[in-house]
Design a binder for this molecule. Structure first.
Ligand SMILES: Cc1cc2nc3c(=O)[nH]c(=O)nc-3n(C[C@H](O)[C@H](O)[C@H](O)COP(=O)(O)OP(=O)(O)OC[C@H]3O[C@@H](n4cnc5c(N)ncnc54)[C@H](O)[C@@H]3O)c2cc1C
Length: 542
């Protein structure tokens, strides 16, 4: 059998596997992706991508390309609305315009682009950075030891099996993850609550849209609960159906997939559009899937790390599923890179589970709350997590782990940070502040994406001077800048110190994933010693 060594093997080459591959490749970590399908997505599925995901893609130079591709697919900035039917009564606007109120929080915008449009962009960039992607290839089996993972992969065209020796295995193999199952990791949460279908159809919906720019349309019809997305041309779209019943509420079913004949699918689309037989409807494809809400009991097992739907599943209400997976990949990639190049101890990888599992569990519950409130209000509401602000879920996740100091959560603190009023809470994302850097306009976020970075206040020169000594002492990359009106990073000094919670002589330490790891409000007598000590802690070196 042919044998091959690779630091990281990624199983699953869809949205999250490809993003992991891209972010590892951007950090110089060789990786191999194996994907059972012949290529990237052929069904649109995820389309709403949040600002944090776009910031992650911006960090590898993809913002513009993705925005241009998105503009070809959708008129951006549409509304998210609930209707009785597309032609009928509007019930509630959840967003009048998708980016309203969040424009200043990020150098990016929330964006609509399908997985069909997005995945090839991620794949191309990852490949150009050296990643190897093998489609029509599946993982057959794997075993792990304290030294590494041995995995057998096989081309689906009947070619020879290959033995892969990897340091780490990333399971990006989706909601039915065979890797998770083989490790015996149970799912927690609420399980499956509807066996839905997504019906891809062609029909001229322009007269029913009546000029409205609607990004997502929830349908709350007496006989059908679901949601629509439409193509930019208005001549096609999909309808996801969660629940059907008779008009009086009887014969209610959540097992839509079981009886989804072509005739019935046409009927569902007609009902949800609110049109008669004069509108021709052609069904192109019907995809069954389970609406679930759950997360894996642990996100890692030895040298295997779960990301994306393999680690958490949630209903599409809120558009969180793919975005949460992208955040997993971002959290994991720098940690794998640091452990593999020896700048961090293996304990850093344990912080992946400690950080991402609670974040995913919170997000799953928020997606479920939105499912009940936006789609199926007949479900029990007494155990629902209260709905939290969307921008805070997207940009205000707070991590507690050994890779953040202090690592213990304050039980009195809110679960999320509000990105509109950042305070420098440790474990949160570095806030976006417009800066001038080397004469060009940028965001503070652009500074912290490829190594640990010290950002000092306008009077914090001593911290900057300490960085080289710390980097040499520990053998790690550490960059340092002053931020202020006459500093390396030109910015409003007060905006920076307020948003990071430090004084003019203080400093924040930012991780390569843009998370605030530590801060000192004021100068200290031995900045080199202080930074070296905290770096050892954050990188789990002891
Ligand atoms: C109708 C709908 C709308 C949605 N809308 C949104 C949205 O607007 N925003 C959002 O963020 N999310 C949305 N989601 C969720 C989003 O689509 C998923 O969270 C996302 O696709 C998960 O990506 P993934 O890469 O983790 O898993 P998947 O996309 O499931 O990919 C897993 C891959 O692993 C491969 N695989 C499995 N086993 C093996 C093996 N043994 N060997 C090789 N390959 C293997 C599979 O072939 C598959 O391609 C939506 C979902 C649905 C159904």
């Amino acid at each position: 059998m042919h044998e091959r060594e690779i630091p990281v093997l990624i199983v699953g080459g869809s949205l999250v596997g490809l993003t992991t591959s891209l972010l590892l490749s951007a950090r110089g970590v060789p990786n191999l992706v194996v994907e059972r399908h012949r290529g990237t997505a052929i069904h649109p599925r995820a389309a709403s991508f949040h600002q944090r995901s776009m910031e992650i893609f911006r960090s590898v130079g993809l913002q513009q390309e993705i925005e241009e591709a998105a503009a070809r697919e959708f008129v951006q900035g549409g509304a998210i609305v609930s209707v009785e039917s597309l032609s009928g009564k509007e019930l509630k606007y959840f967003f009048k315009s998708y980016n309203e109120g969040v424009e200043d929080l990020s150098p990016t915008s929330r964006l609509f682009i399908t997985q069909v449009g997005l995945e090839p962009i991620i794949r191309r960039r990852a490949a150009s950075l050296g990643a190897e992607h093998r489609y029509s290839t599946e993982l057959v089996s794997f075993e792990q030891s304290s030294d590494g993972v041995r995995a057998i992969i096989r081309p689906r065209d009947g070619g020879d099996e290959e033995l892969i020796h990897a340091q780490y295995l990333v399971a990006a193999d989706g909601a039915h993850s065979s890797i998770r199952q083989r490790l015996g990791i149970p799912m927690l949460g609420r399980g499956s609550f509807a066996h839905c279908v997504t019906i891809y159809f062609r029909a001229d919906v322009r007269p029913m849209l009546r000029g409205r720019n609607l990004s997502v349309v929830y349908v709350n019809h007496p006989t059908l609960l679901g949601f629509f997305r439409f193509s930019i041309e208005g001549d096609s779209g999909f309808l996801a159906v969660f629940v059907t019943s008779d008009a009086d509420g009887s014969n209610r079913t959540t097992d839509i997939a079981a009886g989804a004949t072509m005739e019935r699918c046409v009927e569902y689309v007609r009902t949800a559009l609110g049109c008669g037989p004069e509108v021709p409807i052609e069904i192109e494809n019907v995809q069954p899937w389970h609406a679930q809400a759950g997360w894996a009991e642990r996100f890692s097992d030895g040298r295997v790390l779960l990301v994306g739907d393999a680690a958490h599943v949630m209903p599409p209400t809120g558009g969180f599923g793919g975005n949460t997976g992208i955040a997993d990949a971002h959290n994991l990639a720098w940690k794998l890179a640091a452990v593999l190049d020896g700048s961090a101890g293996p304990g850093l990888l344990a912080t992946y589970d400690a950080e991402r599992r609670p974040a995913a569990a919170l997000t799953v519950e928020q997606a479920y709350t939105r499912y009940v409130l936006r789609v199926d209000s007949t479900l029990p509401q007494d155990d629902l997590a209260p709905p939290l602000d969307d921008a805070s879920i997207e940009l205000g996740i707070v991590y507690h782990s050994a890779a953040v100091a202090p690592s213990v959560a304050d039980p009195a603190a809110p679960p999320l940070d509000d990105p509109r009023t950042p305070s420098g809470r440790l474990g949160t994302r570095l806030p976006h502040i417009p800066i001038t850097w080397n004469g060009a306009t940028a965001s503070l976020l652009d500074v912290a994406n490829d190594s640990l970075v010290l950002l000092a206040g306008p009077e914090g020169g001593a911290w900057v001077n300490a960085a080289d000594a710390v980097a040499q002492k520990l053998g790690v990359r550490l960059r340092a800048y002053r931020v202020g009106p006459d500093a390396d990073l030109v910015a409003d000094a007060q905006a920076f110190t307020q948003a990071t919670g430090i004084g003019p002589g203080g400093v924040v330490l930012v991780r390569p994933d843009g998370v605030l790891a530590w801060s000192a409000a004021d100068p200290v007598a031995d900045p080199t010693g202080a930074v070296a000590a905290i770096m050892r802690q954050i990188l789990c070196r002891d």
